[in-house]
Every structure is written in C-alpha cells, then in structure tokens.
Design a protein around this ligand. Structure first.
Ligand code: ATP
Ligand code: MG
Length: 335
C-alpha cells in the first residue's frame, strides 16, 4: 500500500505564490508516489471567520481550481472538504483530553496569529485550540508526510505529541507524521513582511491576470534605504530579489541585476519589470489550466464530491479503530 500524504489549505481566499513554493510544488511532485489527500480546511478557517462564514463557501471552489491549475491530478489525489467529514470533529473531541493548556499556550505560530488578530485575552477557544483539530485532520488519514510551509512546523510537532500520547495510553493505532518543507519554507509578502499570507493582503495570487500581477509587482516594497536609482542598493532582504531568486529561471540575468543594483546602476522599475516578465511566464500555464477548469464547474464539484467520499471512507475506518482502542465500541445492540 502507498504511504499517505495529508495536507491542506484554509478557504479564506484563492492560493498565492507562497502556497506554491511552500507546499503545492511538493504535492504535485509526490502525487504519484503517495496516496494523497488534500483537505480544504473550512472548519479550521471558521475559527477566525465565524462571523462571516459565507467567505468559506465562496472560496471553496477557488481553492479547488488552484489545485487543478498547478497540476494536481484529480484521478489520483483526493480533494476533501473538511466540514463534510464529521468524524474529524469526533476525533478532535477525543484529542482535546490529551493536550494541556500550557502546551497550547506555547505554540509560537498561534501566538503570532493571536497578535495579528489583536485578540488579546478574547481568543475564541476554537481558534486557540485549532492545532488539536489539525492533529485530527492529519492523523485520521494516517498520513506519514505533510508538505507544509515553515509556519506549520509547530502544528506537526503537536500532532506527533498527540499520537505518542494516544498510542501509549490506548493502542498503537495512529501514525506519527513528518513535515516536509517546500523549496522556500516561508515566502515573504509583497510588503516585505515575513510571510505572504491571505490575511495580510500582501499576496500575488496564482490566478491573478497579467495586469494585476504587474500592478502588484510595481507596488512591491524594495530597499527602504535607497532613495535614488543611483544610490547603492541592498539585495539581501529585498523581496523583489527574493522573488527573482525563486521565480526567475534566468540566473545570469538575476546575478547581473544584483550586481548593478548594489552599485546603484539600475532602477527599481527595471528590476521589477524583469520580475514581472519572469512571474508572468511562470503563471501563464497555471492561469490557462485554471480557466479551462473554471469553464467546467460541474466537473470541479464532482472532483470534490468524489474526493470527499473517498476521504470519509478512510476517516470512518480509522474511527472504528480509535473507538475500539479507547474501549468506546460498546456494541449495545449485540445479544
Ligand atoms: P491565512 O492567512 O488565512 O492563514 P495563509 O496564506 O497562511 O492563509 P494557509 O491556508 O494558512 O494560507 O496555508 C496553507 C499552506 O500553505 C500551509 O502549509 C502553509 O505553511 C503554506 N504557506 C502559506 N503561506 C506561505 C508562505 N508565504 N510561504 C511558504 N508557505 C506558505
Ligand atoms: Mg495560515
């Protein structure tokens, strides 16, 4: 039997370049070597969007389109809608007993996100405890590998701890997952912020039309110490050059631009113009495949329904084992 991959995304908006380098690229690369499940994590996204839940339904389809656009093979990969697998909620409830408040409070990613949301002490319990439901997402599919960006490492560590605790308390049913980081573990935002993120509105989306990509590139943050194009510039920590390094396949051009930038011999506009060209070439086939699928919405819905059906079958089988291990399979109907 093939080993399993589980990973996913929150349907809080369409997917962006950060998703691609952090995780999607690995999913596509490994989709024929692993039995792959991709969760559209609407229940997790609800934890900080419960006041306007319609966002999730609106983006479900967009996220699925992005998967298909980057080359996820719908005949191999199961695209699963989280809220349509109620077994995940059940496993989450059992896992809540296995984690302490102190452990949750130490999660560095959740700490950052609490600050980002300005929650203060008014953190919804659902949001604060989402690492536990995410552990259920991963383990119910018995995934061995989880392709993710760097911000997710504490979540995988939490899942591993829960598995060890469950397996030693009850029976060896669950598998300890391993994280797999992408080509770029954390792509910065167009604003120079540490992470490109839907919530921070500093993204270039995979489905953006060329004019939008150009606009976003042209308004990118560069080197704040450089006022005139003749001032020597900084390449390190400059997101325009970070993107050149990642997305421009013409390495000689990138080196030449860096050289001239450091000497104050090239303006931001030219560097950005070349970045736009490279990004546009990268995004063109993705955009075209996205448009093809967008024209067949029934097919996309069918892919999600079938993926969810298969995912749910796996989840139900794991829950039988979990209930048996926890001695919760009372069989009251047996005479
Ligand atoms: P939100 O702002 O709603 O949290 P997000 O942009 O952080 O959205 P998620 O759906 O939370 O996206 O993340 C899905 C996956 O993509 C995770 O594995 C995450 O690590 C990865 N990822 C997201 N942004 C980046 C990034 N900038 N660099 C690398 N990986 C990323
Ligand atoms: Mg996120």
């Amino acid at each position: 039997m093939l080993k399993r991959i589980l990973t996913g995304d929150r349907p809080t908006g369409p997917l962006h370049l950060g998703h691609y380098v952090g995780s999607l690229q690995n999913r596509v690369r490994l989709q024929h070597q692993y039995d792959t499940y991709i969760l559209i994590a609407d229940v997790q996204a609800l934890t900080d969007n419960f006041e306007h839940p319609e966002i999730l339904g609106d983006n479900l389809f967009e996220v699925a389109l992005d998967y298909l656009a980057v080359g996820i093979d719908p005949d191999k990969v199961k695209i699963v809608v989280q809220s349509m697998v109620p077994e995940l909620a059940e496993l989450t409830i059992y896992f809540l007993n296995l984690v302490t408040v102190a452990t949750l409070e130490r999660n560095p990613t959740v700490k950052d996100e609490i600050q980002q949301h300005h929650f203060g002490r008014k953190i919804p319990v659902g949001f604060w405890s989402y690492p536990i439901s995410q552990a259920a997402d991963i383990t119910i599919f018995k995934a061995e590998l989880v392709p993710v960006g760097e911000d997710q490492l504490p979540m995988i560590e939490q899942a591993r701890e829960i598995v060890r605790r469950f397996n030693s308390l009850y029976a060896k049913v669950l598998i300890e997952p391993k994280a797999m980081l992408g080509n770029v573990a954390r792509l910065p935002g167009t604003d120079g912020g540490a992470k490109m993120s839907k919530s921070l509105k500093n993204c270039i989306y995979l489905g953006d039309p060329p004019e939008m990509v150009r606009k976003r590139v042209m308004s990118m943050f560069t080197d704040p110490t450089r006022i005139h194009p003749t001032d020597p510039g900084h390449v390190e920590g400059n997101p325009v050059f970070t993107y050149h390094d990642v997305f421009n396949p013409d390495k000689a051009e990138v080196e030449e631009l860096k050289e001239r930038y450091r000497k104050g011999k090239v303006g931001d506009v030219e560097v950005k113009e070349r970045l736009f060209k490279a990004l546009d070439a990268f995004l063109k086939p993705i955009r075209e495949r996205r448009a093809d699928y967008a024209a067949k919405p029934d097919r996309v819905r069918e892919i999600m329904m079938e993926g969810t059906r298969q995912g749910r079958t796996v989840a139900q089988a794991t829950m039988e084992e979990v209930r048996h291990a926890m001695k919760l399979d009372y069989k009251l109907d047996r005479r």
